[in-house]
Design a protein around this ligand. Structure first.
Ligand code: FPP
Length: 242
């Protein structure tokens, strides 16, 4: 581990993180899984706070996937309560930090109280521009592309769009992430080397970092270290280097 902070401009502008390993972190301590999720939620604040120093303008984090409903009812309920508490407690902190918060994913299936809090946080922070934090909640990339395709099909059926006008830009404009640049770097913690249905379309040219650190141990120094490694990479986007 080194403490090198990358020079702004050289690093990734958009970092997306699969925050994995909360359950194992708690189990290692003989505590219930929700204890790990609580510790994980505390990390988010530190990681968001570190972004300006690292030149990370956009941070997208995977909080709950469309597949996570398969967990036990008590873990799902605990996570939903955690998200509600998180928004209530962190709203002012994030706002003062100048963070603009947005959510991606299918909101309709979330409970009404949580949806209201999500709308509240988005509205509260709508004018902020220091760091753009996007929280993926009930998000799955296949679900996102399916929903986008349904909306696109309506546009075509109602003749506002001709089939031949559909190209990558048009499709991207129907995705939940239409307001975001593509991620430059995708990090997954906890040693698993999987993408798990996260930003599949948007990450076509992203660099990936799979690191062993469990999410509750993902300190600002670990974050800085991963970002510094990215800065040393040679990205060609499919072209040959001149
Ligand atoms: C994966 O760990 C983590 C989750 C499914 C939930 C992510 C949630 C948080 C980090 C906390 C809250 C976030 C916000 C924005 C408030 P896991 O349970 O899969 O861990 P395991 O693989 O060790 O079991």
């Amino acid at each position: 581990m080194n403490n090198v902070t990358p020079i702004k401009g050289d690093g990734p502008s958009h970092v997306a993180i699969i925050m994995d390993g909360n359950g194992r972190w708690a189990t290692q301590r003989g505590r219930p899984r929700l204890f790990g999720h609580q510790a994980g939620a505390k990390r988010v604040r530190q990681v968001v706070s570190k972004c300006p120093e690292l030149g990370v303008k956009y941070l997208t984090i995977f909080a709950f996937s469309t597949e996570n409903w398969k967990r036990t009812q008590s873990e799902v309920a605990g996570l939903m309560a955690l998200f509600r508490r998180y928004i209530t407690r962190e709203a002012n902190f994030l706002h003062q930090l100048g963070t603009r918060v947005r959510f991606i994913g299918e909101r309709e299936k979330l409970d009404e109280k949580l949806q209201k809090l999500m709308n509240y946080l988005e509205e509260l922070t709508a004018e902020n521009d220091e760091t753009h934090l996007t929280i993926a909640l009930n998000y799955g990339a296949r679900d996102e592309v399916t929903r986008a395709t349904q909306r696109l099909a309506v546009e075509v059926a109602e003749k506002r769009l001709r089939p031949e006008q559909v190209n990558t830009e048009v499709l991207a404009s129907f995705l939940d992430t239409c307001m975001l640049p593509d991620p430059d770097l995708v990090i997954r913690t906890s040693g698993e080397a999987r993408i798990s249905n996260f930003l599949l379309w948007q990450s076509a040219y992203a660099e990936y970092e799979f690191i062993d650190t469990l999410w509750p141990d993902f300190s600002p120094d670990v974050f800085a270290d991963v970002v510094a490694r990215f800065s040393g990479r040679d990205r060609r986007f499919g072209a040959v280097k001149a």
